[in-house]
Design a protein around this ligand. Structure first.
Ligand code: HEM
Length: 521
């Protein structure tokens, strides 16, 4: 009977497949886990996982255990920490189909409710669609359009403010970077100083970054804590979430509405929101699609603002602490530009020493030292070790860029490491640009915008100003000891004092005449 025989055949094949699957899985899971620390019953390594400077701890732990990747477990949740660039490429890039999801941290997705924030979204169609909205507007081929805005913001907002009130450089950098991102996403005029939206967004995302740092709240490790009443000791995260949620909602709705109003008045500039509103205007599912655009617009601010402002402050700190480097970069800029003009994007390729300085800034204090965690969607075997499904994978970008074998004396700020035999480009050396923006399918889609903004900002500042120590009340130079934020997914310098002095031999006011005293960019 052919039907019966067919059924038997199918059953036989299913049985063989299942037995093979069980055998294979068993074989896989019998393999050793990657090296790690001894685990306590139930808690595993939860008590050994640091709340501050996690990247430094994991680098030292890797060195101590003699391993490039470390396996830890916290209350049953597996973690793989990758301290090595090759291993990160092997897993996150070459096997990206397996390694491109994101862990759903209790604090972020459940308690704050950020389920559709595309940086944190799990791998799948929802995430793909958010990334498409981003890419369609910010494709690298449109970089010249965005560079026009970048130049506008640096010249109209940052440089005149550094000249007028040099002691407020942190505020000026934040206003310039935040204003630029607002302008690219919402197309609204931005105040050259103290823009309200920028300040609000800065506060909201600082709070969010601090609240969502892995390890900051135990609830990320023990999700059951979310069910405790808010008076219970250790439930401070509930109050933190209550403050952040309305701020995040306002940040999604208010600038979007302002863009619509400005569009009606014909006063909006080219931007992500207005282009999408126009494109989707007559589609039947306008509301759903525009809801997605609003989420992406807010995410652009969240992802691009703190990172770019943070790395710019790291650049300023590095220049303050390394006068010889500053002088050398300035003399290169002067030799290309002469005394009578400001840098443009086409000058950057003629400034190789500055390019080495930028690489060293990215390496010295990577702004996202542990990247953004990935998650495995299936089990895997690497280098003879078993890696479980649903394992949180942390790429320790800091450890990769502070590996003594690749970058001797890694804490030293030394752009010379990227220069070989007097030649300005040391191509043999690991390029920090290939590391700091992450890996695989989740790699930072805004890296071209960030690099371009950092380079033109650095060239423009060094062209006009000396970055010098501030003076104390006795007129003595204040010595700044570099310190960085302790418990955050982004690492930027803690507030430090410095001043910006117009460079001798340059008519700084003259060069900025047409940009000074503007109220809006
Ligand atoms: C120096 C500045 C920046 C650094 C160092 C940086 C770094 C990163 C890193 C490490 C990731 C995670 C990659 C991974 O999962 O492996 C990321 C993701 C992301 N970045 Fe950036 N970024 C910067 C600036 C920007 C800017 C300016 C934008 C937008 C204008 C942006 C948008 C994003 C987005 C949307 C994601 C999430 C991608 C996803 O999950 O699919 N970033 N960035």
């Amino acid at each position: 009977m052919p039907v019966l025989s067919l059924i038997l055949d199918v059953l036989f094949v299913c049985l063989c497949t299942s037995i093979y699957g069980i055998f294979r899985n068993r074989r896989k899971s019998l393999l050793p886990l990657p090296p790690g620390l001894p685990r306590w019953p139930i808690l595993g390594n939860a008590l050994s996982m640091p709340l501050t400077y996690a990247h430094v701890y994991y680098k030292r732990l890797g060195n101590k255990l003699g391993t490039k990747f470390i396996y830890l477990e916290a209350v049953g949740q597996p973690f793989l920490i990758i301290n090595d660039f090759r291993a990160a490429q092997d897993l996150l890039e070459k096997r990206s189909a397996l390694y491109s999801s994101r862990p759903q941290f209790q604090m972020t997705t459940e308690i704050i409710g950020l389920k559709r924030f595309f940086i944190f979204m799990p791998y799948g169609d929802g995430w793909r669609s958010h990334r498409r909205v981003f890419r369609q507007y910010f494709d690298p081929k449109y970089l010249p359009r965005d560079q026009e805005k970048q130049l506008d913001f640096v010249r109209k907002s940052l440089l005149p403010n550094l000249l007028a009130t040099p002691e407020e450089s942190r505020e000026h950098v934040a206003n310039c970077v935040g204003g630029l991102i607002l302008s690219m996403t919402y197309g609204l005029p931005v105040k050259t100083r103290h823009d309200r939206f920028v300040r609000f967004a800065e506060k909201t995302f600082n709070d969010l970054a601090a609240a969502t740092a892995p390890g900051k709240y135990l609830v990320n490790i023990i999700p059951q804590l979310q069910f405790l009443p808010d008076w219970f000791p250790g439930t401070g995260f509930i109050r933190v979430a209550r403050e952040i949620v309305p701020e995040l909602d306002e940040l999604r709705e208010e600038p979007y509405q302002a863009t619509l109003d400005a569009t009606d008045e014909g006063a909006v500039q080219d931007c992500l929101v207005s282009e999408n509103v126009e494109k989707l205007r007559n589609t039947p599912d306008f509301d759903d699609q525009i809801a997605e655009v609003k989420e992406v617009a807010r995410a652009v601010f969240g992802a691009g603002f703190e990172s770019t402002a943070g790395i710019t402050m790291t650049f300023i700190l590095a220049m303050l602490k390394n006068h010889d480097v500053q002088r050398q970069a300035q003399s290169e800029i002067d030799s290309v530009l002469g005394p009578e003009r400001l840098p443009t994007f086409s000058d950057l390729s003629d400034l190789p020493y500055l390019s080495a300085v930028i690489k060293e800034v990215l390496r010295w204090n990577p702004v996202a030292p542990i990247g953004v965690p990935h998650l495995t969607i299936d089990e895997d075997v690497y280098d003879g070790y078993y890696i479980p499904k649903d394992c949180i994978v942390i790429s320790n970008i800091y450890a990769m860029l502070h590996d003594e074998k690749i970058f001797p004396d890694p804490e030293k700020f030394d752009p010379g490491r990227f220069i070989k035999d007097g030649n300005m480009a040391n191509d043999d050396l690991l390029n920090p640009i290939d590391v700091v923006f992450g890996f695989g399918r989740r790699v930072c889609p805004g890296s071209h915008l960030a690099m371009s903004m950092l380079e033109i900002t650095a060239a423009s500042i060094l062209c006009l100003f000396d970055i010098l120590p501030a003076l104390d009340t006795q007129g003595k130079a204040i010595d700044v000891v570099p310190e960085f934020t302790p418990a955050s997914i982004t690492s930027h310098p803690l507030p430090f004092e410095c001043t910006f002095s117009p460079r001798k031999g340059k008519d700084v006011e003259g060069l900025l005449t047409e940009y000074i005293n503007l109220e809006y960019v």
